[in-house]
Design a protein around this ligand. Structure first.
Ligand code: GUN
Length: 297
């Protein structure tokens, strides 16, 4: 393997330690405890695992965690009513509604009912617009984590060719906006892109966020490029056991790249760390206090 490993697990630990430090200061100097409310509708097993992990890490960072688990047949009116209560609750600085929602609920309507100042996912249309126009916003957690790792590895990203494969609202589009904000030349590629291998080969920074296991092979990677693998896919491995793989074929990409994030242990751990960071940021902004350094975009 030629590439350096970008260790997201270790990086996320450092982010969580910074968050915990800031939480201690907020409590001691201002009597404030940042609070995160997580709303889960239904019993999707993967969502239950994520929500449990978010609650645990929130408490470990010294913050207050409010979990709201609602039945799968909860009506839109009931969910909107809960969000209105959380919007008004001064102990709650961040609100996250776990996606996907059951199909009878309108996700856009629900997300846009969250107070944008408490929208720690950065999915509210106001935050999307603020990010797109280069203004201060809440930034989606996964792209924020990717940006932190890229800045840490490279310092300045100015002038680099960045290719983001995937155009989701959660990762691809905000990732492209953040890279544009760093003065990268940004391409968003997707399933209809013509000659995708050639487009990827132009990238100094290649971000894979397509949700297709091991889709990007090493010969799509420019020698020395930095590869950020956002994918978390469970596939069948040897002996019928399952294992996690990313959207890039790790071994062949690592042989060519200059640096690469592994799966697991790359981008994944950064997402919850950035959720905690966003909750502290929201708490500081709500109280007119200075934001923690190094935890925002
Ligand atoms: N489901 C998968 N990823 C996410 C995320 O980042 N935020 C929310 N709210 N739901 C998700």
């Amino acid at each position: 393997m030629a590439a350096s490993l970008i260790d997201g697990k270790a990086f996320a630990e450092r982010v969580r330690a910074k968050v915990a430090d800031h939480v201690t200061r907020l409590r001691e100097e201002h009597g404030l405890v940042p609070g995160l409310a997580v709303v889960l509708v239904g019993e999707d097993p993967a969502s239950q695992v994520y929500v449990r992990s978010k609650g645990k890490q929130t408490v470990e960072a010294g913050m207050a965690s409010f979990e709201h688990k609602l039945a799968a047949d909860t009506s839109e009116a009931e969910l909107l009513d809960l969000i209105a209560k959380l919007n008004a609750d001064t102990k709650v600085h961040g609100i996250l509604v776990q996606l996907p929602l059951p199909s009878h609920l309108n996700s856009d309507l629900v997300i846009n009912s969250i107070d944008p100042a408490k929208d720690v996912d950065g999915f509210h249309i106001s935050n999307v617009g603020l990010l797109g126009t280069g203004q201060k916003s809440m930034v989606p957690c996964t792209p924020l984590g990717c940006l932190m790792m890229l800045r840490d590895y490279h310092g300045s990203l100015s002038g680099m060719n960045a290719v983001v494969v995937g155009r989701s609202n959660i990762v691809g589009k905000p990732m492209a906006q953040l890279l544009l904000g760093e003065s990268c030349t940004v391409t968003i590629a997707h399933s209809r892109t013509r000659d995708l291998p050639e487009v990827c080969r132009r990238a100094d920074i290649l971000v894979a966020a397509v949700g297709r296991p091991q889709m990007i092979p090493g010969d799509w990677v420019k020698p020395g490029a930095t590869v950020i693998d956002v994918g978390i896919n469970r596939i069948e491995g040897e002996g019928g056991k399952t294992r996690l793989v990313g959207d890039v074929d790790f071994d062949s990409c690592a042989a060519v790249a200059g640096a690469i994030t592994p799966v697991p242990g790359g981008v994944g751990p950064m997402t919850i760390a950035c959720l905690l960071a966003n909750t502290v940021t929201a708490c500081c902004r709500a109280n007119g206090l200075a934001e923690p350094e190094g935890l925002t975009a």
